[in-house]
Design a binder for this molecule. Structure first.
Ligand code: ATP
Ligand code: MG
Length: 139
């Protein structure tokens, strides 16, 4: 399997609780490397565009309110099978259903405040990494 890039976002609840280092440690322990990382305060329009696929969902307003509440940390991860590996490290969307040892089982408070985002396909990872990083910023 070729090496891939994927986007992780440590959401406001994770950054507010100073969990960035603990979460990055979980990625690195599974062989994923940080190719780019930055702290960003998302503007409402930016959060709405990023999560545009969910615009019609009942929770969209709540999701955008949460994502703009305070800064997030966006991370371009790189490694073998990075897209699926990151999803496995994150755990299920609802922390009550997340497997032991996953980020969401360890740290998430609710289905809304679930600590991390991860690209869910090759197409999504290409869009999402490009949303936050220029090619020259992936090192
Ligand atoms: P993400 O896209 O953030 O990586 P995901 O792919 O596991 O998460 P999605 O179905 O894409 O889950 O939902 C996007 C985000 O919307 C979730 O991570 C969560 O923050 C929020 N969300 C999803 N379902 C609900 C819900 N029922 N109530 C409130 N928020 C929700
Ligand atoms: Mg998703």
């Amino acid at each position: 399997m070729a090496k891939e890039y994927t986007l992780s976002i440590i959401k406001p609840d994770g950054v507010e609780r100073n969990l960035v280092g603990k979460i990055v440690t979980l990625f690195e322990a599974q062989g994923l490397s940080v190719a780019g990382i930055k702290k960003v305060q998302l503007a409402r329009k930016v959060a709405e565009e990023f999560y545009g696929e969910h615009r019609e969902r009942s929770f969209f307003g709540e999701l955008v309110d949460f994502m703009v509440r305070s800064p997030v940390v966006v991370i371009a991860l790189h490694g073998e099978n990075a897209i699926q590996k990151n999803r496995d490290i994150m755990g299920a969307t609802n922390p009550a259903q997340a497997a032991e040892g996953t980020v969401r089982k360890l740290f998430a408070k609710s289905i809304g405040e679930n600590t991390v985002h991860g690209s869910d396909s090759a197409k999504a990872s290409e869009r999402e990494v490009g949303f936050f990083f220029a090619a020259s910023e992936l090192l």
